[in-house]
Design a protein around this ligand. Structure first.
Ligand SMILES: [Zn+2]
Length: 252
């Protein structure tokens, strides 16, 4: 069986236009769908849940929903924001999240795109984040997700050298049971309807391969435009909130 990893950022009880903030009620429906999918005996794709950035809403809203439904998710934390940046979890909240049985991974120190880092910065982003997470949680941290989903061969090598065994990307594709070093994920946006998400589990609908092709086109556009121009366009297309504390976190 293959697995399909879903990627969330912020969950909010009030409506917003911002694409990367998912409404609490919609999130419940997504998780209910995943529970129903996992229970099917003709299942071909096993759904997994991940979160990037360490937003406080992951602890306040997502955790109780996951606990009620017995789902264990993987939370990737921007270590330098923890206990430091308004809107993000404190160390105490993170410890409590971990103690409740949820998995914790790293998401860099400062959320700098790793492809922009020189060797020294790359080392600091990858090692400092893993060490502080391991120290504060008292548990090994061997998985990370790439800020902005950006990577190249140099970044992957540095991740492996820093002790990471699994590297989560934002490439929307399913993974075989014995997955390799990188693990693709589907970045969930507000405009993705429940019926469309359900179609992802139906191979005859080809929703997932279509999405991966679209991602490749987007990645090519990004490479042509450069990160700065791409981020301006991203902000317009995703109705980014002018003062969103999540904004810099989520430009995937
Ligand atoms: Zn992020």
């Amino acid at each position: 069986m293959r697995s399909l990893h879903f990627l969330y950022h912020e969950i909010r009880p009030t409506q917003t236009e911002y694409s990367y903030v998912i409404d609490v009620e919609d999130f419940k429906k997504h998780i209910d769908l995943m529970v129903a999918m996992r229970a099917r005996n003709d299942l071909e794709l096993y759904p997994c849940v991940t979160f990037d950035d360490g937003h406080i809403s992951n602890f306040e809203y997502a955790l109780p929903i996951l606990q009620e439904r017995g789902i264990e998710a993987h939370f990737f934390i921007t270590a330098g924001w923890t206990g430091n940046k308004p809107g993000y979890m404190s160390w105490q909240e993170l410890r409590s999240l971990h103690a409740s049985g949820q998995a914790i991974g790293a998401h860099g120190w400062s959320h700098t795109l790793l492809t922009h880092c020189n060797a020294k910065e790359l080392h600091a982003e990858l090692n400092n984040s893993r060490m502080i997470l391991e120290d504060k949680l008292g548990a090994p941290v061997t998985a990370m997700s790439l800020p902005g989903g950006r990577y190249n061969r140099r970044v992957l090598t540095a991740c492996e050298e820093a002790g990471y065994k699994q590297i989560y990307t934002s490439i929307p594709r399913s993974e075989p049971e014995r997955h390799g070093l990188t693990i693709g994920r589907l970045n969930i946006r507000k405009d993705m309807k429940l019926a469309w998400i359900e179609d992802l589990f139906n191979p005859s609908k080809s929703a997932l391969p279509r999405l991966e092709r679209l991602y490749q086109v987007k990645a090519a556009a990004q490479a042509l435009m450069g990160d700065r121009m791409y981020e301006k366009l991203w902000a317009i297309l995703n109705r980014e909130e002018p003062d969103a504390h999540a904004a810099e976190a989520t430009r995937e």
